[in-house]
Design a binder for this molecule. Sequence first.
Ligand code: GP9
Length: 431
Amino acid sequence: EEVEATWTDVLEEEKSPQELPKHLGVAEGRNVIMIQAESLQSFVLNRQVNGQWITPVLNQLMKDSLYFSRYYEQVGWGNTSDAEFVSQTGYHASIKNFSFKQYEGKSLVTLPKVLKEQGYGTMVFHGNDADFWNRDDFYPFLGVDEFYSKERLEEEELIGMGIGDKSLFKQAIPHLKLVKKPFYSFFITLTSHYPYEMEGEFKYIDVGETYCETVVGNYFESVRYLDTAIGELIQSLKDEELYEDSIIIIYGDHHGLKVGNEETSEYMNTFLGKEYSEEEMLRVPLIIHVPNSDLKEEIDNVGGQVDLFPTLANLLGMDMQDYQFIGKDLLNTDDNFAVNMVHTARGSFIKDDYIFTMSKDGLFENSKAWNVFTGAEVDVHRADVRDGYDRALAEIELSEYILENELFPKIQEEDYEVDDTEVEDKTEIEP
Ligand code: GP9
């Protein structure tokens, strides 16, 4: 029987091994299990509080995975839902409204849609009401076949806004067992949502006197619960023989602890032993775990959520040659750049070793830049800083323009002028 050539086969035929993108198609045909982790920031990884690891499961998993250590949140008005949007489209969040509203009805090219074309079933699990963030109306445009929201799940282990993460994962397993393979299963965790308050029975870490009943201590407790839940999910996947044929992706949606909040900063400065910075706040983890592969490496390219789809497209061997992302494949780039969205004024970005924060008054000359490793101030009049600022604005505006006008299929063929007359200034927006 003749087997149809995959995109990886085609590329391998056409190019020499040196010309092929790194790690092309290593997860081709596998189930995709993607976990968007509520409020998960990078600084908790490999760190202890009161002599205990905050994330023992993730610490172990990272060692056996691709770990992206300079990956940044890029959410706008839509917070958690924007993280979903950006990560699954490779385009920036809307600057006019939350993306699940602004782009409802648009013909989008998305990770689940492209996987569907390759025969995948697609589903989302989330322990909150289906209409929160307009998910129920928007998901068809994202390419989600089945949405297991609170209404379709057992309302057990209710914590904070909805079903606890442990229960969510447990309830998903029977569906994953039954569904046709390969599948795309997207989980949006919820328990580590502000205010992070956990009942005694769900406290799996003793944060000690210093942090007990502080926002930072509560955050550690809820992150530890999430970490435990992820550990149980991975064990169940192994028990049910769903692990070996899967790729597991875990990333943080946005920060949980805000710079500028007095109590938070006080305890964070103590915990980190240095000032809690905006760059630290925006840094979220991305872990890509491919069981039985040699993909174990720290990737320190600067990137953000807009880069996730292009990065996965390469690993999953997707033919996206006629398509143009705003984001980039983080495994095949020297470009160290990430736009910062809503939590700073528009035009802010992170590049190489520094972060540039546009002034809230909208005046470039009042903006600031810092080296993220030394804390030393960087001269904003340097040509590369100005270029980065121009690029950040252009990326956001081009992204909005393409999405609103549904220009995806032809964006490589034509030279589009960006009409930014309707683009509002976001300088004053607070998260
Ligand atoms: C709600 C959950 C949290 O369903 O995704 O959203 P957030 O308040 O973090 O944007």
